[in-house]
Design a protein around this ligand. Structure first.
Ligand code: FAD
Ligand code: NAI
Length: 475
């Protein structure tokens, strides 16, 4: 007799494992299937985010930032050191430990919440009277029964045609997080989130970094006042970013990788690098799920088609995270996972797509929520803007990190906050206040009237809200 579950989740990334835990909290009998293997062949739940995404990239960003501080900022505090050296193997080893702590944490949470974990690949075998038979192929093969299925199979890096990932010279995010020594010259294609984060890591460690971007506008989705400020900082750091290029032939040899490209001005250039990271976006992953076998509907990009509440075209089958429409972010996947579990329980799960924050973990960090000035103009919305520079914030000066600003956009008539955009220190943490404010439909005046601790970076948020009404106190 095969085991039967109320809810079977396929994929244990942030969308899947969180959905499984929430479903178990709601009293369902839950299984979660994930095929990711660690170096020893054991289970490594957590998906892209934990294994080759959010967590390892932030570990490397942290290590490289410490190195950069020791090299360039300690002296101004009166701290002198000998020559600062980076042991890359140790840095990568620490990153692996952080990843493993997260994998183990998820296995512990499954146990704590009585979620049955299967290590292997899950696929739809067939529909049955109550739901679906799900085939699990791991060390052994078995079929389990599911009344409800939540598909959370994530995404894979998009390859450039003619430049397949070999993960030694042409790297996806996977290989990019396993580079074993500082490359003298590093190339990246795509100046998006991964391009900037990974480019920053290796630039700080001494690589000559060139990022080739196809579009003419830097960070086109970001408020352009903020993007321009960030670009100035990246230029200063020596991150060479070429906009509006057309990438041509990519050749590998024993010497490295050669990338032919045409510049925005039409010049033909050849870039020779030791390693090339291709970070041009990600594609939804439904490999091996047997979607076609059960007629699960996919769109032209290969994403599972879902309605606003993550229902697919099949009764009892839901899909969340990177494998469906919307931003490819871990916290978006998690919110969808929670909402779906609650909907299965007959509750009113809810995800507000208008208040999903974005963060780019470079230095300075870039974070935003809501609409940009460009979007408000395009939408014909009358708005007021207020900005406050970190240069005028006492805590930022004490930290020695005064790059950037906080920017508020509020409705011209009602003063409701429509967007908050930050470039500067700890933007990733500061943005939460803006998310809460927007979720409660606060006005800029509401934030301006809240007491913020002194000295703190968050005072810049309060001052930017005051700036909307042209009454900053410290600038
Ligand atoms: P995934 O995390 O991709 O998980 C899917 C899981 O399903 C995987 O474990 C996979 O092995 C498993 N799977 C797939 N098919 C099957 C099958 N048939 N059977 C069994 N298992 C299967 N987002 C952020 O919000 N913040 C960040 O800082 C951030 N940094 C990132 C850095 C990098 C380098 C990358 C690449 C991504 C980053 N992201 C970040 C994006 C984030 O990783 C994704 O949005 C998130 O992981 C999506 O979660 P998910 O659950 O939808 O899918
Ligand atoms: P991205 O969409 O952020 O950026 C891709 C960039 O590549 C774009 O600027 C695009 O114009 C450019 N591009 C596309 N094709 C090109 C070509 N042929 N030649 C030159 N440039 C080209 O995608 P990225 O950086 O690969 O990251 C994937 C996703 O992972 C992100 O969109 C995000 O959802 C997630 N992520 C989130 C992070 C975070 O939240 N901090 C960190 C890293 C990734």
């Amino acid at each position: 007799m095969s085991q039967a579950f109320d809810v079977v989740v396929i994929g244990a990334g942030p969308g899947g494992y969180i959905a499984a835990i929430r479903a178990a909290q709601l009293g369902f009998k839950v299984a979660c299937i994930d095929e990711w293997k660690n170096a020893a062949g054991g289970p490594a739940p957590g998906g892209t985010c934990t294994n080759v995404g959010c967590i390892p990239s932030k570990a490397l960003l942290q290590s490289s930032e410490h190195f950069d501080h020791a090299n360039h900022h300690f002296a101004e505090h009166g701290i002198s050191t000998g020559a600062v050296k980076m042991d890359v193997a140790k840095m990568v080893g620490r990153k692996d430990t952080v990843v493993k702590q997260n994998n183990d944490g998820i296995l512990y949470l499954f146990k704590k919440n009585k979620v049955t974990f299967f290590h292997g690949r899950g696929s739809f075998a067939q529909a049955n009277a109550e739901g679906y038979d799900i085939l699990v192929k791991g060390d052994k093969e078995e079929t389990i029964k599911a009344t409800n299925v939540i598909v959370a199979t994530g995404s894979n890096a998009r390859a450039l045609p003619g430049a397949d990932f070999d993960e030694t010279q042409i790297l996806s995010n996977d290989g990019a997080l396993r580079i074993g020594a500082v490359p003298k010259k590093l190339g990246l294609i795509g100046a998006g989130v991964i391009g900037l984060e990974m480019g920053s890591v290796w630039r700080r460690l001494g690589s000559e970094v060139t990022v080739l971007e196809g579009l003419p506008t830097f960070l086109g989705a970001v408020d352009q006042q903020i993007a321009k400020e960030a670009k100035k900082a990246f230029d200063k750091q020596g991150l060479k970013i070429e906009m509006g290029v057309k990438v041509g032939e990519i050749k590998t040899s024993k010497k490295g990788v050669s990338v032919a490209y045409t510049t925005a001005k039409g010049e033909e250039v050849k870039l020779d690098v030791d390693k090339l990271i291709v970070s041009i976006g990600r594609v939804p992953n439904t490999d091996g799920l047997n979607a076609e076998g059960v007629k699960l509907k996919l769109d032209e990009r290969g994403a599972i088609v879902v309605d606003d509440e993550c229902r697919t075209n099949l009764k009892g089958v839901w899909a969340v995270g990177d494998v469906v429409r919307g931003p490819m972010l871990a916290h978006k996947a998690e919110e969808e996972g929670v909402a779906v579990a609650e909907r299965i329980a007959g509750q009113h799960g809810h995800v507000n797509f208008n208040t999903i924050p974005w963060v780019i973990y470079t230095s300075p960090e870039i974070a935003w929520v809501g609409r940009t000035e460009e979007q408000l103009k395009a939408d014909g919305v009358a708005y007021k803007a207020g900005t406050f520079p970190f240069l005028a914030n006492g805590r930022a000066r004490a930290l020695g990190d005064t790059t950037g600003m906080v920017k508020f956009l509020a409705d011209a008539t009602t003063d409701e906050i429509l967007g908050v955009h930050i470039v500067g220190p700890m933007a990733s943490e500061l943005i939460s206040e803006a998310v809460v404010a927007m979720e409660f439909k606060a006005s800029a005046e509401d934030i301006a009237r809240i007491c913020h601790a002194h000295p703190s970076l968050s005072e810049a948020t309060k001052e930017a809200a005051l700036a909307v009404d042209k009454r900053t106190l410290n600038f």
